[in-house]
Every structure is written in C-alpha cells, then in structure tokens.
Design a protein around this ligand. Sequence first.
Ligand code: ZN
Length: 116
Amino acid sequence: MHELALMGDIVILVEKDAKQRGIASLTRITLVVGVLSNAMPDALLMAFDMFKAQRNTMLTEDATLKIITEEADAFCPHCQTNYEPTQRIAICPDCSLPGGQLIKGQTFQVESYEGS
Ligand SMILES: [Zn+2]
C-alpha cells in the first residue's frame, strides 16, 4: 500500500510548514487527488487514521482528512475535442488515436490544512 508512504510524506510536509507558522496541532488536512494519480482515497483515509492513532504526530485525536476528487480531462489534438480518459495513456473515444494530452486527473497535492 504505497498510500501509507504518500500519507507519511504529507504529514511530514504539513507538520514542517505548520511549525514554521507557530501551529502546534493539526485538525484537518485537505488533499486534491486526481482519479489518475494512482492514489486510492480509501487507502489514504486508512493511512491517515493509522498516523493519527500513533499519537506521535501533530494530528489531533479527532483530526480529519478531506479528499477533493479531481476528475480526469484530456484534449485530443486530432479532432480538437475534450474527453474523459480512463487511464494515463489517453486514447480518444472519437477517433481512437492516442496522443491525447492530459489536462487534469493526475494531481496529488495538499490543498490546505487547519490547526491551532
Ligand atoms: Zn480524437
């Protein structure tokens, strides 16, 4: 489950930033996760709960993880249309040609966090 490692990186990143801002505890982390980012929201939530339970992070006992799902979007240069790709190698459903450019869907980032 690589989401455990991803979540660990996020907690470290957010804690570092929070410390610089004088924040001592974290109550909420919001992530943007693209459907093609290879990270499963359920696994991220599970990993978040594990870090929370360890009690050696800045996460409070009732801290929450909010995941904003980013839908996928691709542009076909052959027929100049947008479509929703189901995988990273985008193949246009209209002309069946590859070479589509992914515009959205691969994002994996911290949108914001809250703490005190
Ligand atoms: Zn096309």
